[in-house]
Ligand binder design. Sequence first.
Ligand code: OAD
Length: 250
Amino acid sequence: MAITPLPITDDTRVLVLTGAGVSAESGIPTFRDANGLWESHRVEDVASPEGWAADKTLVWRFYGARRDAAARCAPNRAHLALAALERRLGDRFLLVTQNVDGLHHRAGSQRLVEIHGALFQSRCDTCDRDPFADTETYASGVRSCELCHRGFIRPHIVWFGEHLDVDHLARVETFVSDARGHPFVYVAVGTSGLVYPAAGIVSVARRAGAETWLQNLDVADNADDFDHVVTGKAGEVLPTLLGVGDEVNS
Ligand code: OAD
C-alpha cells in the first residue's frame, strides 16, 4: 500500500507517542509479545513496589538482563526517522515515549519525554537524590545508597502502581495547548493503546484540534479514536509517513 506523507507545513506542530512496537525491529521484544512474563514471573511482580519490597535481587536480575539486552541493540529506522523530523521542526516537535530502552535518545532525539522512566538511570528508593546515569547490572548484589545510607539503589522506572512524573505530563499539556490554533498532527506509533494515561493523549490532542494518526503493526485497541490508521512495521512505514525518507536513507 502506498504511504502518503503526513500533512506537515511550515507551521505544523507534531506530537508523537511511541510504544514498544517502535523498538521491536531493534530486537527488543514488546511487552505483550512475551505474554507479560519474564522467566516464570509476571512482569507486574518484578516491576512494582511490592516486588521490590519482596525481593530486590530478583528485581535487579530482571533489570540487569534488560540493561544487557538493550545495550546490545541499536536504534532502527523508526527511531532515526523521528530524530530526523525533530531536526526539521525544532520546538514544533515533541516525542513522548513509553519505552525505557534509551533508543530514541541514542538515535538523537532531544525533545523527548520518557514517561515510564529510563532503563539506564537509577535512583535511591528512600532519599530524594537526583536520578543518575547507571549501566551496572548489580549481578553481585544490591547496593545501598552512599548518600543517605538508609535506602537502596533502584531502577529509575515508573513501576506498576506508581505515578507518572507530573512535570512530564505538564510538558505534554503545554505542548498541546501551544499547538491549539496551529495545524497540529498527533501520531501514535507501535503502542497497543491499553495503558493510560498514554492511551488517552489522542483524545486530548484531538480536543486541541489535532488530526490524529495511528501507525501500528496491527489495529490497536483504541484505533477508533484516530482519524487515520496506517498498518505495517514502524521501521518500514515511518520514514515515508514522516516525509524524512531521504535523511534516513543517507
Ligand atoms: P505493547 O507490547 O502493549 O504493544 C506494542 C504494540 O506494538 C502492539 O500493538 C504491536 O502490534 C505493535 N508492534 C509490534 N511490532 C511493531 C512494529 N515493528 N512496528 C509497529 N508496531 C509494532 O507495548 P506498549 O503499548 O508500549 O508499561 O505498552 C505500554 C506499556 O505497557 C509499557 O510501557 C509497559 C506496559 O505496562 C510499563 O512498564 C509502566
